[in-house]
Design a protein around this ligand. Structure first.
Ligand SMILES: *Cc1c(COP(=O)(O)O)cnc(C)c1O
Length: 401
């Protein structure tokens, strides 16, 4: 961005496009942030070395070693802080490590945390393999069925949410849940991967911490693993910083660069994911083989009113439930798809399909069915081609349903 434009007056898509643009030197320079790869940081003299150490210890974002990250990391951190509207960002090697960082930074032996039952499932493994061993209690609850206030204990330190939830996209009342928790001094963290940070701003709605797997929409091309944590205050930044350094977390400069590049096109990619996914969701609703479509942008979705209030758009994830089918039929349907890849993860430009594991569905209190569910990630292909592929897969795998 040239010195002539002041970032404060610009809308968020414009700010995302220009975030971190390097200053010109000698009247010229590149559009993009350079990729600064390093392990060792060199200092002019011992006094400069000591000065960096002191400033870092005082909480300043200066690097005295490669693990702290240099210009490329700073530019990405600043861009996501701008996107989520927070105080400081932390970059981690995967979305799951961003979740683990938050749990380790905020929870100590004897502490209790309430976790929404529809969260990204591997969090439960962090709990069962590490947190339980440390004497930390995680309690799963249904944010739409349970009374949060009655579940809070004197030792509850963290309310951990994800909205919409994984697999079934249950939309949560984030402002109401956050108000109850914050009233009792409980930190609120939420996983914002579904919206890419573009359609939903949790920190403006009451959360203290927003977590994203940049693996998904921010990078957007299925070519890297990365997590991002954005916190809303210097006090939380200090806590996260201590745990981040102790755990030795960092990311490579090339991956920081790729996420920064992804951010430039995040708004246009998400708008197209939404258009395509809406067309597919409407098609699915009309199929006799489908009993339910999970997509908050559909007026029939139970979370539609909350989604309309708290989100500015919907992503490319659409799940649907088969009417009276066996898991074998759902797998035959997925196998019959020609354009859709079969695989976990999502958020890239390409479409994916996978049958949900029944044990994952049963973790959600919201789930009362027993028919199989297929999760689709709708990519950026022409939606008519995707719909034709889905139609032929229904005809091949479940013509009689
Ligand atoms: C994929 C995902 C994660 C984990 O990200 P990884 O980079 O795969 O570790 C976390 N939360 C949600 C909602 C996800 O979909």
């Amino acid at each position: 961005m040239s010195a002539k434009a002041s970032a404060a007056n610009l809308r968020s898509a414009t700010r995302l496009l220009h975030a971190g643009a390097p200053a010109l030197r000698d009247g010229a320079g590149p559009v993009n942030v350079p990729v600064v790869r390093t392990s060792t940081v060199r200092f002019e003299n011992t006094a400069a070395h000591a000065d960096h150490h002191h400033r870092r210890a005082a909480g300043e974002r200066v690097a005295s070693y490669g693990r702290h990250g240099l210009d490329t990391h700073r530019a990405l951190e600043d861009a996501v802080v701008g996107l989520e509207g927070g105080h400081r960002a932390f970059l981690t090697p995967s979305g799951l490590s961003a979740i683990t960082l938050v749990l380790f930074a905020l929870l100590s032996p004897g502490d209790h945390a309430l976790v929404a039952d529809g969260v990204y499932a591997p969090l439960r493994r962090v709990d069962s393999t590490l947190l339980q061993r440390l004497g930390i209690t995680i309690e799963y609850f249904s944010p739409t069925h349970d009374d949060l206030a009655s579940l809070l204990r004197p030792n509850t330190r963290l309310l951990y949410l994800e909205s919409p939830s994984s697999l079934l996209y249950e939309v949560l009342d984030l402002p109401a849940l956050s108000a109850v928790a914050r009233d009792r001094g409980v930190i609120v963290a939420t996983d914002n991967t579904w919206s890419g940070g573009w359609f939903h701003r949790p920190l403006a709605l009451g959360a203290n911490i927003s977590i994203q797997a940049a693996t998904k929409y921010i990078s957007g091309h299925s070519d890297l693993m990365q997590g991002i944590v954005v916190v809303d205050s210097p006090a939380l930044a200090a806590k996260l910083s201590t745990a981040y350094e102790a755990l030795g977390l960092t990311i490579g400069a090339d991956d920081a660069y790729l996420s920064l590049r992804g951010l430039r096109t995040l708004p246009v990619r998400l708008a197209q994911h939404q258009r395509n996914a809406t067309a597919v969701a409407e098609f699915l609703q009309q199929q006799p083989q489908v009993s339910r479509v999970f997509y908050p942008a559909l007026p029939t979705d139970p979370g539609h009113a909350l989604w309309k209030r708290d989100f500015s758009g919907a992503s490319g994830l659409v799940s649907f439930e088969f009417r009276h089918a066996t898991p074998a039929t759902a797998n035959a349907f997925v196998d019959a798809l020609a354009l859709f890849g079969i695989g976990a993860s999502w958020g890239g430009y390409e479409s994916l399909a996978l049958a949900a594991q029944p044990e994952r569905l049963r973790e959600h209190r919201q789930w009362t069915g027993d028919a199989p569910v297929v999760r689709l990630h709708i990519g950026l292909e022409d939606p008519q081609d995707l719909i034709a592929d889905l139609a032929q897969a229904f005809a091949a795998a479940a013509p009689a349903l």
